[in-house]
Design a protein around this ligand. Structure first.
Ligand code: NDP
Length: 323
């Protein structure tokens, strides 16, 4: 049954454990992009070009940017990184973005967040032309999303919609609950689910009785950034559960609570001093869910894959190959 549910790649795990395999879907998405880039070049276009702007040398940001440029290269997108020192002035950062904005051969600009505190992120994000805004953070693209107009949409929630689409999980008319209202995940997730004709509830830290609100969800998307926040009492029987959370757990006792008897995680903890955990208490929630994403291997890989899709689509439009 699982193979019939997913268009490009059967997820063997899905049949056994009802896992939504983000890695397999991301791989299929990247293969699609590679094919479309090859067709673009064969048809007389130039390869899409993506430039990441990286301020400072925060190791996590460096790693994210590195994985984005590597993934670009693998599908034939020319990826490069502009590095600026942590102390760069706002003016200088804006000048770099303006230069990339004016360069006709740059299709996508992404400014890696968070920026150091002395810089004003909103002004920087607004300096990225909407047509090159592959992160979908520019106010014009945010407005277009809510107005149901075409535009670039944020990679993480768009990737979630693609995951659900490839597993043929029906959305129209279903009650979807999103936990978290950030501009990067929660709000665009709600808008995209609304676009799919879900009835949407958007929860946040002031929501009264979070568990009761979540239990309404036939689809539950957790994007709060709190390890294990979502337990079985938050989940309606048979719900589809999407875990966007990516949290470091560095307390051994908490790790044992969340992953009882998990030898692999214990070994990773011993080696690195932390493990990754989603917002969903996977061990206790999985038996209630019809489908669920693991962490890692769920939503994470989709984000980078969707960024490549966004870059390709920006490039096709900018080169006149798409409306
Ligand atoms: P933010 O911190 O910007 O937003 C968190 C949201 O969750 C806020 O709206 C907050 O409410 C809400 N929240 C926090 N605690 C609670 C609670 N106890 N009950 C209900 N709501 C709560 O985080 P992001 O949206 O940037 O990221 C969320 C998670 O997703 C993080 O773990 C992050 O690492 C992960 N992430 C993963 C990605 C991936 O590729 N897999 C990409 C992006 C993020 P309020 O607004 O009231 O403060």
């Amino acid at each position: 049954m699982a193979s019939g549910r997913m268009a490009e790649k059967p997820a063997a795990e899905a049949a056994r454990g009802r896992l939504l395999d983000g890695r397999a879907v991301a791989r299929a998405m990247r293969e699609d992009v590679a094919r479309r880039v090859a067709a673009l070049v064969a048809g007389g276009g130039r390869p899409p070009r993506l430039v990441a702007v990286l301020v400072g040398d925060d190791p996590a940001s460096r790693a994210y940017v590195g994985s984005k440029t590597r993934a670009s290269a693998e599908v034939g997108i020319a990826g490069e990184t502009r590095r600026l020192p942590a102390a760069v002035e706002q003016r200088e950062l804006l000048a770099t973005v303006a230069e990339l904005a004016d360069d006709d051969e740059v299709d996508g600009i992404l400014v890696q967040l968070p920026l150091p505190r002395h810089l004003e992120a909103p002004a920087v994000l607004e300096a990225v032309p909407p047509a090159k805004d592959v992160d979908g953070f520019h106010p014009e693209n945010v407005g277009r999303l809510w107005l149901d107009q075409p535009g670039l949409t944020p990679a993480t929630p768009t990737g979630v919609i693609e995951l659900l689409r490839r597993y043929r999980i029906p959305l129209a008319g279903r009650h979807a609950v999103v936990v978290g209202r950030s501009a990067i995940v929660g709000k665009p997730m709600a808008a995209l689910l609304l676009r799919q004709h879900c009835t949407v509830t958007l929860c946040h830290s002031r929501t009264r009785d979070l568990a009761a609100a979540c239990r309404q969800g036939e689809l539950l998307v957790a994007a709060a950034g709190r390890a294990g926040l979502i337990g079985p009492r938050h989940v309606r029987d048979g719900a589809v559960v999407i875990d966007v959370g990516m949290n470091r757990v560095d307390d051994p006792q908490r790790m044992e609570e969340l992953f009882p008897g998990d030898a692999g995680r214990r070994a990773r903890f011993a080696k690195r001093g932390y493990v990754l955990a989603g917002d969903v208490d996977f061990a206790r929630v999985a038996p209630r869910a019809s489908w669920i994403t693991p962490v890692p291997g769920g939503v994470g890989p989709l984000t980078v894959a969707q960024l490549l899709v966004n870059t390709l689509e920006a490039s096709l439009r900018r080169q006149g190959f798409a409306p």
